[in-house]
Ligand binder design. Structure first.
Ligand code: ADP
Ligand code: MG
Length: 613
């Protein structure tokens, strides 16, 4: 039976009624204050909107018993305190233009919502006023405004969140998990506001508590301030390994810092995106970032970055979600295009330099008293003006599989004065059959010959592809490769596309294929192993990838098979040819999987190792 609210007469439908303010606020609170971290976000955003320079945040028991945000902003006059707590009351918009919002807040919902689900008090002293006042609200019930003591700004305190709604209390996670979420929110906001100082304390035990996070206001222009702030939050390694992004197109600008491919993560955790200063998690961004780095990073590696997109408020709707973590672009294609091109441009500029002097942590590992630590790579600006293209044109690839029998560890090479002033210097030795040691004008480099060559082959394949398709070479004896049935069908379907990539194959009956031609540039390859890799790549592909992305993913796999293997002894000319070719090839600083192809040790670093400086 229909179970209505009207108990006197079950046949009559319940009447429509206006909810009272307390109920409306509690409902709104469900969206705005999901957990302690979302309350902190609203309160800190209010402080930023109030032009605070320093914001202090405290929480106890993961924010469940206490949250307090203090700022030195312009405050709220005593006679507006009550209004601040009523629903849809805001000083930030007049309601006439919802498409022109320049503040974090505008919905006028946060404070009344919090007042409905906890014990809230606001103490404030408005700019120019000679006294402070306090108002408090408990489970929706307002107390009268009283005088209070405060020298400047506003202190908002929210105690016992959800004490009146135990059902919601149950949805909260452990104190530690809620505290982690609070820290995350504060760090994000601190990234976007480098000129504001933030202090976050855990006051669970009472007293002054423990400082969990602290950053002073950064000085300097936007990029300096941002760089300094990101170094504090994402770490010095991020700051040292990231590229400045600064692009503008059709009224949208993108600024920030993005990591070199050699500094990548196993997930997208270190990707921070902001739209008009608001932290967002947005599909447009994630897709654009993936596309921009697709050429340098394997699909399961992710760059670290903090990107700030700014545009006229009318081009983006922030009013999609009460917590405002989603946005809707009026023209998503335009935003995506800008992000992809800005990142690609910065990566291209970094070029083959996208590697790496050996940083302090690694230097430490050289010292006998220290145990090895994970390597950290650092980018250093290179001297400009070296004509790389000329060096490139003068060189023909000279990598034949003609390994002489050799059993020693070190291959000494005669000094080659001509090359000593090139960025990657003159090859001096090959060690452990995979690392080339070269002397540069001001130090030395160690090149991973396999990784470097793989990148060079890949870049050449791409160039050929862009011209007339990859040149193929017929195999003397076609190779028959047995595949799992589903792969068999898949690769045959892709056969016409693969032929343009220099890989000619046909059905051989059953679930076998016959490989007739392979890319000429690869020389002799193990066709079976290559085909199986290409199959894996095809199986992995996601349908949203552009054709170009798919081709590049396959070429990258193919390149792997044409590369000088580690373990191959190289002659001096071969090594020097490889170095010259690297200098002339864009993006040769990292291999197709985002690892560096070489690292550099400056003479000054070497001198430091020996205690000479
Ligand atoms: P909104 O931020 O959407 O306007 P809120 O409920 O968060 O709504 O805040 C209501 C109003 O209270 C704000 O518009 C602002 O005028 C005032 N206010 C809130 N917090 C502060 C603060 N820390 N400093 C100064 N004014 C504040
Ligand atoms: Mg607000």
């Amino acid at each position: 039976m229909f179970c209505g609210m009207n108990t006197e007469n079950p046949n009559i439908r319940p009447r429509i009624r206006q909810l009272d303010d307390a109920a409306a606020n509690r409902i709104a609170a469900g969206e705005v204050v999901e957990r302690p971290a979302s309350a902190i976000k609203e309160l800190v955003e209010n402080a930023i909107d109030a032009e605070a320079r320093r914001i202090e945040i405290a929480y106890a028991d993961g924010g469940k018993t206490l949250m307090r945000v203090s700022d030195d902003g312009y405050g709220i006059p005593a006679d507006e305190l009550e209004l601040a707590l009523s629903r849809h009351a805001t000083s930030k918009i007049d309601g006439s233009d919802l498409l022109n919002i320049h503040t974090f807040g505008f919905r006028g919902e946060a404070l009344p919502s919090m007042g409905a689900v906890g014990r809230l008090s606001i103490t404030s002293r408005a700019q120019g006023s000679d006294a402070a006042a306090v108002i408090s609200v408990n489970g929706g019930r307002l107390e009268p405004v009283r005088p209070a003591a405060l020298s400047k700004g506003t202190v908002v305190e929210l105690r016992d969140l959800f004490h009146a709604t135990p059902a919601r209390l149950k949805f909260l996670r452990s104190d530690r998990a809620e505290a982690t979420a609070i820290i995350g929110v504060v760090k994000r906001l601190a990234m976007a506001e480098p000129h504001i100082g933030f202090t976050l304390r855990d006051v669970s035990g009472g007293g002054a508590g423990r400082v969990v996070f602290q950053v002073d206001p950064q000085n300097g222009d936007l990029f300096d301030a941002l760089h300094g702030r990101l170094a504090k939050i994402l770490g010095n390694d991020f700051a040292a390994n990231s590229l400045q992004i600064d692009a503008e197109r059709e009224g949208i600008s993108l600024t920030g810092f993005a990591s070199l491919p050699t500094y990548s993560r196993g997930s997208a955790v270190a990707q921070y995106m902001f739209v008009n200063g608001r932290p967002v998690k947005d599909k447009v961004f994630y897709g654009a970032i993936r596309a921009a780095y697709s050429d340098f990073l394997h699909r399961d590696r992710h760059p670290a970055l903090a990107l700030f997109l700014e545009c006229a408020p009318a081009l983006v709707d922030v009013n999609v979600h009460p917590a405002k973590s989603e946005v809707r672009f009026r023209d998503p294609g335009q935003a995506r295009g800008l992000i992809v091109s800005a990142l690609r441009h910065a990566l291209a500029e970094a070029g083959h330099r996208a590697s790496t002097t050996v940083a302090d942590a690694t230097l430490g590992a050289f010292r006998p008293e220290n145990r090895p630590v994970a390597p950290v790579y650092q980018m250093q600006p290179r001297p400009s003006g070296v004509s790389l293209q000329r060096a490139y044109e003068a060189q023909q690839p000279a990598f034949q599989e003609t390994a002489p029998a050799y059993s020693g560890r070190v291959e000494p090479v005669q000094p080659e004065p001509v090359a000593a002033d090139q960025p990657l210097g003159a090859a001096r030795a090959q060690i452990h059959e995979n690392y080339i040691i070269a002397q540069t004008p001001d130090g030395m480099v160690i090149v991973d010959q396999h990784a470097a060559h793989e990148r060079l082959v890949y870049e050449k394949l791409k160039t050929q592809m862009a011209e007339n398709g990859v040149a193929a070479q017929a195999l003397l004896i076609p190779e028959i490769v047995e595949l799992p049935p589903e792969r068999h069908a898949q690769i045959l379907e892709a056969a016409p596309e693969l032929a343009r990539l220099g890989l000619v194959l046909e059905d051989f009956g059953g679930s076998a294929i016959c490989v007739r031609e392979t890319p000429a540039i690869l020389g002799q390859v193990n066709a079976g192993a290559m085909i199986r890799d290409v199959c894996d790549e095809l199986a992995d592909m996601d349908q949203t990838q552009t054709l170009k992305d798919r081709i590049e993913a396959i070429l990258s796999r193919v390149a792997c098979h044409g590369s000088i293997r580690s373990g191959r002894i190289m002659r001096a000319e071969e090594m020097n040819a490889l170095l010259r070719e690297m200098e002339a090839t864009p993006h040769s600083g990292q291999c197709n999987h985002g690892r560096p192809t070489y690292v550099e040790l400056k003479l000054s670093d070497i001198e430091r190792l020996f205690g000479r400086t």
